[in-house]
Design a protein around this ligand. Sequence first.
Ligand SMILES: C[S@@+](CC[C@H](N)C(=O)[O-])C[C@H]1O[C@@H](n2cnc3c(N)ncnc32)[C@H](O)[C@@H]1O
Length: 211
Amino acid sequence: MLTLVPKEIEKYAVENSQSHGKILQDLVDETSKKSDAAIMISGPTVGNFLSMLVYLTNAKRVLEIGTFVGYSTLMMAKSLPFDGEIITCDIDENSTAVAKKYWDKDLSGKLIKLKLGKALETMEKLEPGFDLIFIDADKKNYPQYYEKSLSLLSEKGIIIIDNVLWSGKVINPTDEDSKIIDDLNKKINSDIRVNNVLLTIRDGLMLIRKN
Ligand SMILES: C[S@@+](CC[C@H](N)C(=O)[O-])C[C@H]1O[C@@H](n2cnc3c(N)ncnc32)[C@H](O)[C@@H]1O
């Protein structure tokens, strides 16, 4: 599990938080057995936090950029009302096939709509009015995802961007992804259109609302 806090502290926090349940544990186990890519799963702390945000904001329409095996998708779907929906975007048919298998095991999985294809192209076709948008895909497109998300957000909506600390590499960015993320963090923080807080949860979460 990717974390910037000491592993035993993260373990204690997870043990003393709401359990993600058997379905999501089976999903994590299957993904971990198959490949090292399991590290891309946001995990229980971020998942519970997203789920809590969906609940606290009374979100009805949620958009996710970056599905992978659908862990964060299902965590958020669990807090949606019965007439809510979550649209989730990914380019990978294989990982999202695993996602669908596990969504089908949970009633709230019925609220999930997968859009296969490049997220930027999918976002162009969406109606605005999303209450919560979670950005967690390819880092090179993060600046475009941010701009497009602002235009798709409802008046009181929030955006959450994952991996904004990029394993701490944003402190002294040398590679391309680190520079993109660092530039975006600074852009958001000086953007007069929004109010933001960078949280040191796992690999860093930027929480944003419109002014
Ligand atoms: C970090 S994973 C998402 C993890 C997931 N949100 C979770 O927390 O469990 C990032 C995903 O973004 C997807 N991705 C990469 N480039 C993309 C693009 N241009 N459009 C849509 N999805 C993309 C990858 O296929 C990958 O599944």
